[in-house]
Design a protein around this ligand. Structure first.
Ligand code: 13P
Length: 269
């Protein structure tokens, strides 16, 4: 059986000026604005996790902004992993502004997120750049939460599986070891919008990804690779999503900054 996995992606702060459909969401956004992006907020989130009783059958990895990685690693107790949100794909050298894989390992950071849609769309990372970073990270000892997903336009044009398959094909061209990869399916239209994919929409894409693993990689990769859902996951919608046969966990943005993150981790209890 695949070990359930919950990742927390602490962004700098929530996107503003996007859809703000309910007063609840508005309040949540204000709350988040005050809660992330400072060492005090990182400390309080870590403290909350340290004091919580977490389902021991769930793997938890949190991903603060790079400046707070070491602080987070030092303060966290227990088995929780720490992930960078990005890493460079070259060895140590003259690359001003970048952080290397070996620097993460030296800082006891075992994971990185790669290919988040914000890096693909805002920072211009292509499928091949993301694949190259993933291959380099894995070859040098990191585990990777590799993200994929379609835009609203692509979904409405019925191109979801095509887009995700193209992203997966680019990854496959660079890697052969899938044991250190967790796939995060994050439809862009569901990120930070309060608009969660329906359980069926999520399950369908997860099943397509698993099917791709089976045909393009191996039965073993299809059986063992965790496929996470990300995009407006909260303590209310996580239960139903977690019951889907191909949803093996979540990559949580906004809700990972709140005490309710513990409820998401424990959603199978
Ligand atoms: P939200 O949970 O805030 O929608 O963000 C999802 C995400 O991008 C996680 O990487």
């Amino acid at each position: 059986a695949r070990k359930f996995f919950v990742g927390g992606n602490f962004k700098i702060r929530k996107q503003e000026g996007l859809h703000d459909p309910t007063p609840e969401r508005h309040a949540e956004k204000n709350h988040n604005t005050h809660r992330n992006g400072t060492s005090a907020s990182v400390k309080s989130i870590v403290e909350n996790l340290n004091n919580a009783t977490l389902d021991p059958s769930v793997e938890v990895v949190i991903s603060p902004p790079a400046l707070y990685l070491i602080l987070t690693r030092e303060l966290l107790k227990g088995e929780i992993g720490v992930a960078a949100q990005n890493v460079f794909d070259k060895p140590n050298g003259a690359f001003t502004g970048e952080i290397s894989v070996s620097q993460l390992i030296d800082s006891k950071i075992d994971w990185t997120i790669l290919g988040h849609s914000e890096r693909r769309t805002i920072l211009g990372e292509s499928d091949t750049t993301v694949a190259s970073k993933t291959a380099y990270a894995i070859a040098n000892g990191l585990s990777v939460m590799w993200c994929c997903g379609e835009s609203l336009e692509e979904r409405e044009a019925d191109k979801t599986v095509e887009v995700v398959t193209k992203q997966l094909d680019a990854l496959k061209a660079e890697i052969s070891d899938w044991s250190k990869i967790v796939i995060a399916y994050e439809p862009i239209w569901a990120i930070g919008t309060g608009k969660v994919a329906t359980t069926q929409q999520a399950q369908d894409v997860h099943a397509a990804i698993r099917n791709w693993l089976k045909t393009a990689v191996s039965d073993k990769a299809a059986d063992e690779t965790r496929i996470l859902y990300g995009g407006s996951v909260n303590e209310k919608n996580c239960g139903e999503l977690s019951k889907q046969p191909d949803i093996d966990g979540f990559l949580v943005g906004g809700a990972s900054l709140k005490p309710a993150f513990v409820d998401i981790i424990n959603c199978q209890q």
